[in-house]
Design a protein around this ligand. Structure first.
Ligand SMILES: Cc1cc2nc3c(=O)[nH]c(=O)nc-3n(C[C@H](O)[C@H](O)[C@H](O)COP(=O)(O)OP(=O)(O)OC[C@H]3O[C@@H](n4cnc5c(N)ncnc54)[C@H](O)[C@@H]3O)c2cc1C
Length: 511
């Protein structure tokens, strides 16, 4: 069985920090949870990079929220349920849509010029609060647990391990794009929270559903910027390296087909033409319109020598968003007492098998606030001195790994995970390929402790890749973003169900 902790520690021997509420992650979910919890106690927010290093700061779209009379809650709920292909939790969707307007309204009150800068408003608002401490470059490695309760995390701060004890812990560590070769996500998205929560005994649900964005910029020397779907809505067309428009072959809606259909079509065209990308052509639209409407993308591409008013844009699909995650109830509670999850790392059931592209930010603020509120309720009954003498150690693990160095090149091992996942657990999946990488991932399970951020990330990527693969093997159908070439049809009779994974237990299939 995979080890319980990937870090060797003894809380009696490490520097100790105590707080009422520990929040992991400075994206929209973590910020919103911290604001809520801060009204009732000391908050420590840790983040593995700088405050702005999160998916939250990348969106070029917007938040989907019912604010005007033209919109109705029912439409938004219906669209979300349709996208989720039978696997959404209807109540969670209603909660998100109904409370969304209230969450956005309060942000407008906090800062009058609310536009698309929601994350900045949250960060500014949090900074104004007392009793909040933020530590950047603090890497949460493993949750400390005793019995069925979470007491905080072992974190690596400036290269030194610390035990952070908290009455309640909220994980809001975002996504996992970097377990795939190509992604729209920033470098921090290595799936740490999913893997650490699973090692700690949390249930993980719907983890086979990974959303791939069809168009990320493909330039060797540039970051994989997201080329927004709004460009296709505006009339942008996709062409292969042979200059042929191809989407009509795959879907009647052509460039406006669902994201997963376009992503698979792009990959197919790349294989047919033997090239590493396709192209988005905006050149026949008005240059003024392009410069005005897509100014950020225009400027970014310009820096790398592409004028999108006259040149086609090289694009390919990239891992973008995780629909599943740490299973929570409507109050963001996990199955471990004292541990709450919100944002992309959580599985509230809002997305099901696929998403609506502007729901994630809304979900993160609605359930971020709920996580903060539930953590406060829980912490009220907890006395810090009730666990002041509690000693937690990695040696509590039944079979701790040996502290020996092993000759494994971590960067190469990370790349091999990314490659395996891209080819076998990405847009197209096949039983045989999944089984093969499952064995290879198992073989990458180190029997030693490493103490470096890179090594922690590698082990998280490995654990998470193994979970995605396990669920993808089990789901013998195609639904939402999960496409099995050997089971191309949706099978509602057998599979209108969720796969729930928990360390040390057989997978559960639940309605
Ligand atoms: C390019 C792009 C465009 C998008 N566009 C939209 C859009 O238009 N509309 C929409 O609704 N959604 C969009 N999304 C999705 C949305 O941005 C995310 O789902 C959402 O921001 C997730 O918020 P979060 O707070 O859960 O995670 P994040 O914003 O990713 O924050 C996670 C935080 O956790 C920290 N962290 C991670 N691991 C650790 C660790 N081990 N220790 C300590 N800290 C850690 C990170 O440093 C980061 O601060 C987009 C995503 C991307 C990548």
């Amino acid at each position: 069985m995979t080890r319980r902790y990937i870090v060797q520690f003894d809380s009696a021997k490490l520097p100790r920090i105590d707080t009422d509420f520990l929040v992991i992650g400075s994206g929209s979910a973590g910020l919103r949870a911290a604001i809520e919890a801060n009204q009732h106690g000391d908050v420590l927010l840790i983040t593995k990079d700088v405050m702005r290093g999160s998916n939250t700061y990348y969106p070029q779209g917007e938040m989907a929220v019912v604010m005007s009379e033209d919109d109705t809650i029912a439409f938004h709920v219906e669209d979300t349920l349709k996208a989720g292909e039978g696997l959404c939790n209807g109540t969670a969707v209603e909660v998100m849509v109904e409370e969304g307007a209230q969450r956005v309204s309060e942000m407008i009150q906090w800062e009058a010029n609310f536009d698309k800068e929601g994350e900045t408003i949250l960060a500014n608002h949090l900074k104004q609060q007392e009793r909040v401490r933020v530590i950047e470059y603090a890497f949460a490695v493993d949750f400390m647990t005793h019995g069925n309760r979470c007491y905080g995390v072992v974190a690596c701060i400036d290269g030194v391990l610390h035990c952070i004890f908290a009455k309640a812990t909220i994980v809001a560590s975002g996504g996992l794009g970097h377990i795939y070769q190509c992604t729209s996500n920033p470098a921090v998205a290595t799936g740490d929270g999913f893997a650490a929560a699973w090692r700690a005994g949390c249930e993980v649900m719907d983890i086979e559903f990974v959303q791939f964005h069809p168009t990320t910029l493909f330039l060797m020397e540039a970051p994989h910027l997201l080329i927004s779907e709004a460009m296709r809505r505006e009339g942008g067309i996709l062409i292969s390296s042979r200059g042929e428009r191809f989407m009509a072959k795959y879907h009647e809606m052509e460039e406006l087909a669902p994201c997963d259909v376009i992503s698979r079509a792009i990959l197919n065209e790349m294989e047919l033409t033997g090239t590493p990308c396709v192209y988005l052509d905006m050149t026949y639209l008005s240059p003024d319109l392009i410069r005005r409407r897509f100014s950020k993308i225009y400027q970014f591409c310009h820096r790398f020598g592409i004028d999108i008013t006259t040149d086609v844009i090289p694009v390919r699909s990239g891992a973008h968003f995780m629909m599943g995650g740490v299973r929570t109830n409507l109050n963001a509670e996990t199955n471990l007492r004292g541990l709450y999850a919100c944002g992309e790392v959580a599985c509230t059931g809002v997305h099901g098998a696929n998403w609506i592209s502007n729901n994630p930010l809304l979900e993160s603020i609605v359930f971020g606030a709920r996580a903060g509120g539930a953590a406060v309720e829980y912490a009220r009954a907890i006395q810090a001195d009730s666990y002041a003498n509690l000693r937690i150690s990695s040696d509590d693990d039944a079979a701790p790994p040996q502290t020996v160095s092993r000759n494994i090149e971590i960067q190469a091992a990370k790349e091999s995970i990314q490659e395996m996942m891209w080819h076998h657990a990405g847009l197209f999946r096949l039983g045989e390929g999944l089984e093969a990488i499952s064995d290879e991932l198992r073989a990458l399970n180190p029997n030693c402790y490493w103490h470096s951020t890179e090594a922690f990330e590698f082990q998280n990527m490995r654990d998470l890749a193994a979970l995605i693969t396990e669920a993808a093997i089990l789901r013998t159908e195609s639904r939402g973003t999960h496409y099995r070439e050997d089971f191309p049809e949706r099978d509602d009779v057998k599979w209108k169900k969720h796969i729930v994974l928990r360390r040390g237990e057989a997978a559960k299939i639940v309605a």
